[in-house]
Design a protein around this ligand. Structure first.
Ligand SMILES: [Zn+2]
Length: 246
């Protein structure tokens, strides 16, 4: 995967994961009402028209991925991820950070959970699905840790602010979840073995591949941005990075 340097935004580099997932995120009113629209965020939205962009900052240390938008109708984490990337642009980093703020721009445009009826958090094990391409990119890029950030509505699963993790085969998943839980106050949800309840979650497939991963959840109605939800998701991401001293 070739990354291109984007001179106008400091040390930013970008590449594309695929070209079949593009969408006009600006058609999602809830996103636009809650986004800090500036030269950089406009640049990212424009890139999303053509597929799923992945951004990179820094060249040292541990390689960490902040992922969001696996479910296109879960909006707070996508806005928070873009905000975090924007804030990190000109920082001198001691780690290498990868960002995928909008995993499936087409789903986000349509405010839909799925991409062409496929649930991307149940299909990361299916060859050439979008989430499978993400998991493969994680391996190809030598990414060491993955944080996948979602939201959940009151009446769905899990329905509480939480961090999903598993104790094996990548034990550090559980340690990271506990760190975030104690740091910002949210529930740890953990299974003994990754993927034992259902198949194809990005977090589980990464953990099964030996790359410790967690899934962050904040409570927010689907396809909406509840008050304070972007901030809570942002806090989960910052805490995730804090675990690594990033
Ligand atoms: Zn989700």
């Amino acid at each position: 995967m070739l990354f291109k340097k984007i001179e106008e935004f400091g040390n930013l580099e970008m590449s594309y994961l695929c070209d079949f997932s593009g969408g006009y995120i600006s058609r999602n009113k809830s996103i636009m009402d809650n986004l800090d629209l500036n030269k950089f965020t406009q640049f990212v939205l424009e890139k999303c028209v053509h597929g799923t962009p992945i951004f990179k900052l820094g060249n040292k240390g541990t390689r960490i991925l902040i992922l969001s938008g696996i479910h296109g109708n879960e909006l707070p984490s996508q806005i928070a991820n873009l905000k975090l990337l924007n804030r990190m642009l000109y920082k001198d980093l001691n780690h290498t950070l990868y960002f995928i703020p909008f995993a499936s721009p087409k789903s986000t445009m349509n405010n839909q959970r799925t991409l062409n009826t496929m649930d991307l958090n149940r299909s990361a094990h299916i060859k050439d699905s979008l989430s499978n391409l993400i998991v493969r990119a994680v391996e190809d890029l030598g990414i060491n840790f993955v944080g996948d950030f979602h939201s959940t509505s009151f009446n769905s699963n899990p329905g509480i602010e939480s961090v999903f993790s598993s104790k094996s085969p990548s034990a550090e998943s559980y340690l990271i979840a506990n760190y975030i839980s104690q740091d910002i106050g949210c529930t740890v949800l953990s299974v003994d073995f990754a993927g034992s309840y259902y198949k194809g979650a990005v977090e589980d497939v990464c953990n099964l591949n030996g790359i410790p991963a967690i899934t962050g959840e904040v409570v927010c109605p689907f396809a909406n941005v509840g008050e304070g939800t972007v901030e809570r998701s942002f806090a989960q991401m910052v805490s995730f990075l804090d675990y690594f001293g990033a």
